[in-house]
Design a protein around this ligand. Structure first.
Ligand code: PMP
Length: 350
């Protein structure tokens, strides 16, 4: 803190991202990246974009990417909003679509950026407890609020809420925006995007960081009724007119044009998730049912913190959260078969 800081900055409690270690040769299973890498067509598209046009600003609306995403999901391009990663999309949602004066509801165990945005924009957040089985209970989202947001599947639990329950929450809040953060939906969940045309209060956010292996490119988007998208564009254009650069726009579009690659990566993660789950159960872990590219697991005897430290000593990084109710758990990203083998044998040797 210094005398030059604004009081607004003094009050901030920022998000702390998972570690991005500098050393090579680590088995990195801590930030839910996709182990299989982007489609070769994405690399080609980015290389083709490396030309003299870089002197020009990119398309501020990213029209051709909006069109590609709209075509993929059977929507109109004016129903698509792009951002520099879904974190930025979420930031604009909190600013532009959530009402002040009543609390924004989100699960008590969830993506820890949500309370950070509440702090940044000085809106009240209310954490809603999960059930004993770490599930979202739709009944708890039928109380006065300024907006609702939850990941589906939830993070870091990996638990998925069926669309019939998502609809219950939408129907209970016709005058409030309900945001379904689908960062991990492609690993076995069903997307609420199919509901967008029936619910003007629904906004679905997705990212290219996970299933499409492009965390380094920073592309996310939201889809919903054109009115909601217009509000987000107003916020965006009051902040940064060009959130996506030329390389990101070209690479992201190519990712949507290589569906076979996308499906293969998702299937690879899902089958490895099954294998890792069975192996960990055999080693004395309780593993929550996951529809994400990670699992959330606790050992019957050894504390999560101890396990994370011992794995780290073997060059394997997983995520441990020192938070009430979940401090026993490890969140483990599903890696390549070789990385997962290293994890399993690492745990076996402890
Ligand atoms: N939502 C959830 C639930 C996440 O876990 C993440 C990744 N940390 C994001 C959104 C943001 O992803 P990105 O900014 O890479 O699109």
């Amino acid at each position: 803190m210094s005398k030059f800081w604004s009081p607004l900055v003094n009050d901030l409690v920022p998000y702390v991202p998972g570690e991005q270690p500098k050393m090579a040769n680590l088995v990195k299973l801590n930030t839910n990246e996709n182990p299989f890498g982007p489609s070769p067509k994405v690399i080609e598209a980015i290389q083709a974009e490396l030309n003299d046009n870089l002197r020009l600003y990119p398309d501020p609306e990213g029209e051709s990417l909006c069109q590609a995403i709209a075509d993929y999901h059977n929507l109109k391009p004016e129903q698509v909003f792009l951002g520099n990663g879904s974190d930025e999309v979420l930031a604009h949602i909190f600013y532009g679509l959530f009402q002040h004066g009543e609390p924004i509801l989100f699960p008590d165990i969830t993506y820890s950026f949500y309370p950070v945005y509440c702090g940044l924009y000085r809106i009240e957040g209310q954490k809603v407890p999960l059930t004993d089985g770490f599930e979202i209970n739709p009944e708890d989202y039928k109380q006065p609020n300024g907006g609702v947001i939850f990941p589906n599947p939830n993070a870091p639990t990996g638990r998925y809420l069926g669309l019939e329950h998502v609809e219950e929450i939408l129907q209970a809040n016709p005058d409030r925006v309900v945001v379904v953060d689908e960062a991990y939906v492609d690993f076995g969940g069903e997307s609420a995007i199919t509901l967008v045309d029936r619910y003007p209060n629904l906004l679905v956010s997705q990212t290219l960081s996970k299933a499409r292996s492009l965390a380094g490119l920073r592309v996310g988007f939201a889809v919903g009724h054109a009115d909601l998208i217009e509000a987000l564009n107003r916020v965006k254009n009051s902040f940064n007119s060009y959130p996506l650069d030329r390389l990101a726009l070209a690479g992201a579009k190519a990712a949507y044009e290589d569906d076979a690659w996308f499906r293969k990566c998702c299937e690879g993660v899902i089958s490895e998730r099954k294998r890792v789950t069975v192996a960990l159960e055999g080693l004395g872990f309780e593993v929550l049912p996951s529809k994400a590219n990670f699992i959330f697991a606790r050992h019957k005897e050894t504390a999560g913190e101890v396990l994370a430290k011992r794995l780290r000593e073997q060059g394997i990084i997983v995520r441990h959260f020192n938070k009430p109710r979940i401090s026993d758990f490890l969140r483990i990203t599903i890696g390549t078969p070789e990385q997962n083998d290293a994890l399993i044998s690492g745990l076996r040797s402890l």
